[in-house]
Design a protein around this ligand. Sequence first.
Ligand SMILES: Nc1ncnc2c1ncn2[C@@H]1O[C@H](COP(=O)(O)OP(=O)(O)O)[C@@H](O)[C@H]1O
Ligand SMILES: [Mg+2]
Length: 300
Amino acid sequence: MSDLSPTRSPESNMDDSRSEADAVSMPLIAPLAAEQQSVSIETREVVFDLKDINVYYGTALALEGVTMQIYKNVITAMIGPSGCGKSTFVRSLNRMNDSIPGFRLTGNALYHGNDIYASSVDPVEVRRRIGMVFQKPNPFPKSIYDNVAWAPRILGMRSGLDERVEQALRGAALWDEVKDRLKRSALGLSGGQQQRLCIARSIAIEPDVLLLDEPASALDPIATASIEELMHQLKRDYTLVIVTHNMQQAARVAERTAFFSLEVSEGKRTGVLVEYDDTTKIFTRPSDKRTEDYVTGRFG
Ligand SMILES: Nc1ncnc2c1ncn2[C@@H]1O[C@H](COP(=O)(O)OP(=O)(O)O)[C@@H](O)[C@H]1O
Ligand SMILES: [Mg+2]
């Protein structure tokens, strides 16, 4: 997993819908299930080792001094008020911000020990390893089959394509619902099915990491529950990073939670990582007053 040298790869989708996360007013969130509490993070392999990451858009400092490690086969949630840089941060993990005019990142972003911003690294190869799913399901106006087969075809993974498509659709818990209509348009699927199709499309090329930026916020509660259930299944094979403004969702799905906030100084607003810990600790015994205010709904 250490070689990030150039190969032919699909461009990941550049669509992004900015979310307007509202403050959620609620009491402290119930602790996680015992299974999730038992994660001993020290024993986990580090996938991302991020040191003092600053992100600028032009002269505006959007994120300042983010230092954290993201662990293999763990679901890590990013929470915090709208505009605190959650999307900026996850998009920096697979170089999805590169095309934004004025984007600049400083600090050290290591992925399996490799600097993903090193000049020798091909951003397309980074995005092949580190897939992304967006808030708004964005299937191509093609058949269900062709959506999933799209990236494997571009990468020349043509042998066993039918099996690969089936595998990806099974992996995204969608196969049983679509196996009899693979040649029909993906646009005929429900929103929740479309989002699982987008996940199938991402995993069809067997990435290492999946970044999900508010993947369920455009979905109804039942479709949301199926995405959350799917995430638990996917973490066996993938490392997952999810942005969510729904704190209960973070508590339900993630073992680790990072709380970002906005610092306001001289009229400038900068996103900072306030606290990063086991999800249970963030929601029940946060170390920082700002985290406590946020998770108890005193601040949004
Ligand atoms: N493409 C962009 N160009 C300029 N500024 C941006 C861009 N995307 C985000 N920003 C700014 O960066 C800050 C963080 O935004 P974002 O990462 O979208 O926050 P969040 O996902 O937490 O709501 C905001 O001030 C936002 O206006
Ligand atoms: Mg966002």
